[in-house]
Design a protein around this ligand. Sequence first.
Ligand SMILES: Cc1cc2nc3c(=O)[nH]c(=O)nc-3n(C[C@H](O)[C@H](O)[C@H](O)COP(=O)(O)OP(=O)(O)OC[C@H]3O[C@@H](n4cnc5c(N)ncnc54)[C@H](O)[C@@H]3O)c2cc1C
Length: 355
Amino acid sequence: MNDYDIAIIGLGPAGATLARLLDSRLRVIALDKKRDNGDEGFQKPCGGLLATDAQRGFIRFNLNLPTDVLANPQIFSVKTYDLNTRLIRNYQRTYVNINRHPFDLWLKTLIPPAVDVRHDTLCRRIGRLDDGRYRVTFSQNGREEVITARYLIGADGANSMIRRNLYPDHHIRQYLAVQQWFPDRHPVPFYSCIFDAALTDCYAWSISKDGYFIIGGAFPLKSATANFEQMKAKLGGFGFRFGEAVKSEKCIVLCPSRFCDFRCGQDNVFLIGEAAGFISASSLEGISYAFDSSEILSRLLNHADDGSNLNRRYWAATRRLRLKLYGKILKAAVLTSPLLRKWIMRSKISHIAVE
Ligand SMILES: Cc1cc2nc3c(=O)[nH]c(=O)nc-3n(C[C@H](O)[C@H](O)[C@H](O)COP(=O)(O)OP(=O)(O)OC[C@H]3O[C@@H](n4cnc5c(N)ncnc54)[C@H](O)[C@@H]3O)c2cc1C
């Protein structure tokens, strides 16, 4: 009774998309820490911007975005601040501004009823049986349960326990993402992208959403909180207004730095989305890669008649995606180089002046 073809761990954009696309003849169980509705329980900290690559995913999936996941207002430019040179530039962007938690919950509602979805559930342990199947132990409502599955999918995000189990010695560069929410007191809501080489070799951001001003950044793990506070203090001198925070959130965010950072799985375990390291090193945009990798894997699993070489085929099928992400690593090297950034910003290439 508790044996499945596929067990998916995590229902963020990657896991929820895979669960939606799998063939109904497959017996699938999907475990997720989040609840199925409301604001209680686990929520993924996120900027909630859908980049054009993610929008292209919606076209392929023939899906429209319901307005109740949209945030107000929609903004068409990103103000880029270099705190070291004090240069400020305005670049056009076509992001869709969404509220991430309602977006995640909506993606979960699209999963067909044939999938056994367990909300508010924590995957605790995985193990392998003699016949090659996987044993998954999870807790739900304070009770432990065990199931077995032929294929195991790690869709459990940046801090993936599935990836850590599979590759205990493999470390992808990571930062602590820190975000705080404030009532927005700026005259005109805006997005920003902030560079300060003294505080982080990654970057920081701000976003306006539904009357809130969200400021966040990806910082080295050891000094994240102190650097975040220093950044806020510096931004006061650039007209940023904070006041009393209504929400603070933190989580690990991956930032791949080598081609070998991307890991797709082995021995009938598959990694998708950020668990595989599929996130842009230049923008920390990861929703589109979560869509892309789950779509690629769904095609293979739906036609896995004998199951042979599935891991190798998934590795081969994600080659273009991995090369694209490697391009983002190269782009990040340019953007986070103070000298090159200064040169690009000074040149005013693509800058749109505000009247
Ligand atoms: C602060 C911040 C801002 C970001 N802003 C953007 C942005 O604006 N646009 C963008 O495209 N990307 C953004 N990203 C990146 C993006 O959020 C991720 O790359 C994307 O969510 C990856 O999707 P995923 O499905 O692979 O993983 P996740 O979205 O992390 O989903 C994994 C899910 O697995 C579940 N889970 C984890 N462990 C377990 C377990 N043990 N048992 C059961 N369930 C488990 C959790 O419920 C979690 O929701 C941001 C990231 C951060 C940290």
